[in-house]
Ligand binder design. Structure first.
Ligand SMILES: Cc1cc2nc3c(=O)[nH]c(=O)nc-3n(C[C@H](O)[C@H](O)[C@H](O)COP(=O)(O)O)c2cc1C
Length: 209
């Protein structure tokens, strides 16, 4: 009998992690949500500053305001694709699950955290934001490993969302996340399946000097 390779599990996780827009409406148990936040906390961060700030949106009126805002922003953004084939394809895409996902989480990055004592950010303050993105990815993979879907929404005005949610002035908006059980699991990204953009061969993105 051959021993199972943990690397194979990781690769499967990477291959099957999807950005999810089609959610079932049944709730994600609170213990699962806590697990996602706890695992996100394991992400690396500059100076160990742990600048990620997760804000759970639990007020129905706020969820509706966010969904309306993103729908309007998505419609506006669609103008660039015109009325041809690409425009029609864009109009047919589902670009968020804000109305039906059982959990909505806004993610901010603290621009001046006490933790980390500013280590590593003298010349690259943006390293704080990169750290927060890593926490999101950690949460994304954790969710996938437990059959939970996550969808990243960025078609919005960050300032509007920050103000709507009453975020402190030193929190920089990073992402709006929809979390819930996916209607279906897919190995191929939705945008690839829909003919918008395929994943490229990795060789295209590696160069040498
Ligand atoms: C920073 C970022 C912003 C994104 N914003 C959106 C978005 O607003 N709406 C959407 O439907 N998908 C969004 N996505 C998901 C991408 O479309 C998706 O990751 C990509 O098509 C590859 O698919 P996969 O994540 O399933 O592999 C975003 C992803 C990232 C990383």
């Amino acid at each position: 009998m051959t021993q199972e390779q943990p690397g194979a599990h990781l690769e499967a996780l990477l291959r099957w992690r999807r950005d999810v827009r089609h959610f079932r409406t049944d709730p994600v148990p609170e213990t699962e949500m806590e697990h996602l936040f706890a695992c996100a906390q394991l992400a690396p961060s500059v100076g160990n500053a742990q600048p990620w700030r997760f804000l759970r949106v639990r007020t129905p009126a706020l969820r509706t305001a966010l969904a309306d805002h993103v729908d309007a922003a998505a419609q506006q953004a669609g103008a660039r694709y015109g009325t041809g084939e690409r425009g029609a394809l864009y109009a047919s895409l589902k670009l968020h699950g804000l109305r039906e996902a059982p959990e909505i989480v806004a993610v901010f990055s603290d621009e001046s955290p006490d933790e980390g004592h500013a280590l590593g950010i003298a010349t690259m303050p943006e390293a704080l934001r990169y750290s927060t993105v890593l926490a999101i990815h950690t949460m994304w993979l954790t969710a996938q490993s437990r059959g939970i879907g996550l969808g990243w929404v960025s078609i919005l005005e960050p300032g509007f969302v920050a103000e709507l949610l009453g975020a402190p002035a030193n929190w920089h908006f990073i992402a709006l996340l929809c979390v819930g059980y996916p209607v279906a699991q897919h190995e191929v990204p939705e945008l690839e399946r829909r003919g918008w953009q395929a994943r490229q061969d990795w060789r295209v993105h590696v160069s040498e000097r």
